[in-house]
Write a protein that binds this ligand. Structure first.
Ligand code: ADP
Ligand code: MG
Length: 342
């Protein structure tokens, strides 16, 4: 397997910089989730790693080897894209065997490796089927088998699950992670689904306008997003701005948020407490409960504070005692304050 590194990648299309000085390390054997809004450069970055896009400047290094002079077919990369075009007239087994044929792998070896790859994606019994005789999830597994059968050093997945419905997607996420663990391949996974990225990845990177604005372990980025874009893009965030003074942050309703010197802070909805009686904590705001939304195990409270909508998420059983609407207090532990760049 191999570590992948990109260094100072720039790729322009006319005046647009699809990649604007991107440097990242994708650890050997790791599962790296690339996140970002549509048009942020995710696909361009994957295509630059694969060799389909030639960067204007910067380098791609796979396993310590700069690959600018290595063509796509010699970069030892497996790929799965959202519209994973399988060959419709070929059987599942022949679809998977295709890459091996191109590489002139002898027939006996080919059969064995196709069988192993199909086994790995739990389609060992369906090798003779045609793609149209498979479900969406099964076709996705064939695409995975086809990508890994050549034993690549790196697996690039560009929104591979986004065509699947929610329930199937969750099954396939678990499946994808299992396969990746089993073969230990360096994987770079593009998604616009933040929950999917948090679930699957050991590292995530967030792209915006061709730049990496933040990267790290999912929990670290979630807990300390540092800027408003990341805070809002990755999960939900209630934002407060105010004037820093000696004792903390003075908000416009006059309340003082202790323990921070930032002008702009955020609190995740799940870190807010809600009560009808005034809590005995420094970080508390008087507000109005507008609506309580039942969501099964969890519930959401929609709150109006100074004309702004604040969201509180809690266990339904903790929220049951509340009236449906009326005056409330929201509060949070000081260590749950997230300081953001102003
Ligand atoms: P993402 O995958 O994050 O949605 P892309 O990498 O596909 O974003 O695209 C990044 C930006 O580069 C977009 O603005 C897109 O329109 C532009 N772009 C991508 N490929 C080309 C191309 N071949 N020609 C011109 N513009 C392109
Ligand atoms: Mg894309």
């Amino acid at each position: 397997m191999a570590e992948v590194r990109v260094e100072k990648l720039i790729k322009s299309y006319g005046a647009l910089k699809a990649l604007n000085d991107v440097s990242l390390t994708f650890p050997d054997g790791g599962f790296f989730g690339l996140l970002g809004p549509s048009g942020s450069g995710k696909t361009t970055l994957l295509r630059a790693i694969a060799g389909f896009v030639i960067p204007d400047t910067g380098r791609v290094i796979i396993g310590e080897q700069p690959v600018e002079n290595v063509p796509v077919e010699h970069r030892e990369i497996g790929m799965v894209f959202q519209n994973y075009a399988l060959f419709p007239n070929m059987s599942v087994a022949d679809n998977v065997a295709f890459g091996l044929e191109v590489r002139k792998v002898p027939s006996a070896d080919r059969k064995k490796r196709v069988a192993e790859a199909l086994e790995l994606v739990q389609l060992g019994h369906l090798g003779e089927r045609k793609p149209h005789q498979l479900s969406g999830g099964q076709r996705q597994r064939v695409a995975m088998a086809r990508a890994i059968v050549t034993q690549p050093r790196v697996l690039l997945l560009d929104e591979p699950l986004s065509a699947l419905d929610k329930a199937l997607r969750v099954d396939m996420q678990i499946e994808l992670k299992r396969i990746q663990r089993e073969i230990g391949i360096t994987t770079i996974f593009v998604t616009h689904d933040q929950e999917e990225a948090l679930t699957l990845s050991d590292q995530i990177g967030i792209l915006k306008d061709g730049r990496v604005i933040r990267h790290g372990p999912p929990r670290a980025v979630y807990d300390d997003p540092r800027d408003e874009f990341t805070a809002r893009f990755l999960g939900e965030a209630n934002l407060f701005t105010g004037t820093p003074e000696d004792g903390g942050l003075r908000l416009r309703d006059g309340s003082l948020i202790a323990g921070t010197k930032a002008e702009k802070i955020a609190v995740r909805p799940e870190n807010l407490e809600i009560s009808e009686t005034e809590p005995n904590t420094p970080n508390r705001l008087k507000a109005q409960l507008v609506q309580r939304v039942f969501g099964g195990a969890m519930g959401t409270c929609i709150i109006n504070w100074q004309g702004e909508t604040i969201k509180v998420i809690g266990r339904d059983k903790d929220l049951q005692g509340l009236s449906d609407t009326g005056p409330v207090w929201i509060s949070w532990a000081a260590e749950r304050t997230v300081e953001l760049q102003a």
